[in-house]
Design a protein around this ligand. Structure first.
Ligand code: GLN
Length: 533
């Protein structure tokens, strides 16, 4: 039977609950335990797919095509937990299901209420993960902050686990903030209040993770322990790390959090955590590396780091493997529309990530042209591939009006356009080409050399495709169609001939990269950028 760990957050958002939950899972896996992860998002959207990146950061896509919260990306990078649609729960999904059952008449004349009907549906979804064969621990991260109206039903469902399966099979971990005020003094009051909020809902945390700029001293830990009824050694200091969030499992392990969990939950791990030493060595090598490689990111959601989270992480994974520090140089695509030479001399390679809508497109096209003509490595992901195709059609084939029908619905050369089946799609939710599917790589291409296998499986999230009407002319002009779907029907990747590195992919390789297993495309791109530097 699985044990259940609930991770809640207090005081304010963006304290790194996802990374904290992932780091704990990473440590338990190091002890040979099988850990599965669940993310709860208390918003009413059914999934993250319809949200602007500024609202909620990137949308993370699973193999089975679910559009989920970016924390699933953290789980995928720190752990081996299998992730699918079921690992992401939202208020929207829960209510949609309960209302569907009510309309079917399944409640037999009873009043349908938050407790027990909504909470039962929440528990059913959590148990569906925990009851998968062989799961030792299910970690459930509850999004939002204790005190939010939206998260109350989820916290109530979490509380009910005290009755069934009961202690020691359930454990509560609360992440809170210990802010610094003037003169560098750390303040515990917000933490005291936040724990009180949780206690009012009937949950006594077993472990506290205290986010602070600097380590907490023993006096502060003692004080927090006294006010919150959490044992002193279970007050963990989650202070700011220097270089990368991948240091956090090491930081937690140093304070014995894995031992505390194992003891409190009566777990019987196979091994002492030996993996953590290897993890630590890998990460320390990266921290110590001095040589830098500068990657220019040309996008439009750059003010929010989380909007391109998995891409930035995948670049870092390449850096970890190559022991080179990856420096991100961000270019707002709208600003370089008239001046792509601004990129010149500042970067060793250019990456154009995914995106939607017309804003900033011309700047991305300028950046691609600049990289192609100046022989600078270029990596185009999803929209970044479509940009490569538009740029090539305009400047090599001379189709000056070439565009995607996404940006110019009635343009005269739609080199990127909708598939017929997409033309009739009217609803926005979950209606794109989503999830993992095979791509077939052409012999003799750069991408085939990088992957070293003829068939790859990567995840998609897009609506538009390279138009088959223009494939012939593009190829004749010298744009290599290096990968396609099974029957050659759709273009999956393109590349520039006779260029140091110019690859565009219609899929999202960044979702499958891990710090301990960098994605081959990112690794090869960063390696070439470094040589080019
Ligand atoms: N907007 C483009 C499309 O829908 C690209 C999507 C993306 O970059 N994820 O096809």
């Amino acid at each position: 039977m699985s044990r259940y760990i609930f991770v809640t957050g207090g005081v304010c958002s963006s304290l790194g609950k996802g990374v904290a939950a992932s780091s704990i899972a990473n440590l338990l896996e190091g002890h040979g335990l099988s850990v599965h992860m669940v993310k709860i998002d208390p918003y009413i959207n059914v999934d993250a797919g319809t949200m602007n990146p500024y609202q909620h950061g990137e949308v993370y896509v699973t193999d089975d095509g679910a559009e989920t919260d970016l924390d699933l990306g953290n789980y995928s990078r720190f752990t081996d937990s299998p992730l699918s649609r079921d690992n992401s729960i939202t208020t929207g999904q829960v209510y949609q299901e309960v209302i569907r059952q009510e309309r079917e008449g399944r409640f037999l004349g009873r009043t349908v209420q938050v407790i027990p009907h909504i909470t039962d549906e929440i528990k059913r979804r959590i148990l569906k993960i925990g009851e998968r064969p062989g799961v030792d621990v299910t970690i459930v991260e509850i999004g939002g902050t204790v005190g939010d109206i939206e998260s109350i039903p989820f916290l109530e469902a979490a509380r009910q686990f005290i009755h069934d399966p009961g202690k020691p099979n359930v454990l509560y971990i609360h992440l809170t903030l210990v802010p610094t005020v003037s003169m560098g003094e750390l303040k515990t009051k917000p933490t005291q209040h936040s724990v009180k909020g949780l206690q009012e809902l009937g949950i006594q945390p077993d472990i506290l993770l205290c986010r602070a700029e600097v380590p907490l001293n023993d006096g502060l830990k003692k004080k927090i322990s006294l006010f919150t009824n959490v044992e002193e050694d279970a007050v963990i200091s989650a202070y700011n790390v220097k270089t990368t969030t991948y240091e956090i499992p090491v930081l937690f392990h140093g304070q014995g959090i894995d031992k505390i969990i194992i003891k409190k939950m009566g777990l019987d791990p196979e091994s002492r955590n030996k993996k953590i030493k290897e993890w630590e060595k890998t990460i320390n090598g990266y921290i110590a590396s001095e040589k830098k490689v500068r990657i220019g990111i040309v996008g439009k959601y750059l003010e929010l780091h989380d909007a391109y989270k998995s891409i930035f992480e995948a670049l870092q994974h390449a850096g970890i493997a190559l022991q080179r520090r990856v420096e991100l140089v961000k270019f707002d695509s709208e600003k370089i529309e008239t001046d792509s030479d601004r990129i010149s001399g500042q970067v060793d390679g250019v990456l154009v990530p995914g995106g939607f809508g017309e804003r900033g497109i011309e700047g991305m096209i300028r950046a691609a042209q600049f990289a192609r003509t100046k022989g600078i490595p270029y990596f185009g992901i999803c929209l970044g591939l479509q940009i490569m195709v538009i740029e090539f059609a305009r400047h090599v084939l001379g189709l000056t009006e070439a565009n995607s029908t996404e940006f110019a619905p009635h343009g005269c050369d739609p080199v990127v356009s909708l598939l017929e089946e997409q033309e009739n799609v009217k609803v926005m939710g979950a209606s794109m080409r989503l999830g993992s599917s095979p791509s077939f790589l052409k012999e003799g291409t750069r991408i085939k050399e990088v992957y070293r296998v003829p068939v790859i499986h990567e995840r998609h999230r897009h609506r538009y495709e390279v138009s088959n009407r223009y494939r012939g002319p593009l190829e004749q002009g010298g744009l290599v169609m290096s990968g396609t779907t099974d029957n050659g029907e759709l273009v999956e990747s393109v590349e520039w001939k006779d260029h140091p590195w110019g690859i565009g992919v219609q899929f999202h390789p960044e979702f499958k990269s891990k710090p301990t297993a960098p994605h081959p495309l990112f690794k090869n791109f960063v390696e070439v950028c470094f040589r080019h530097a």
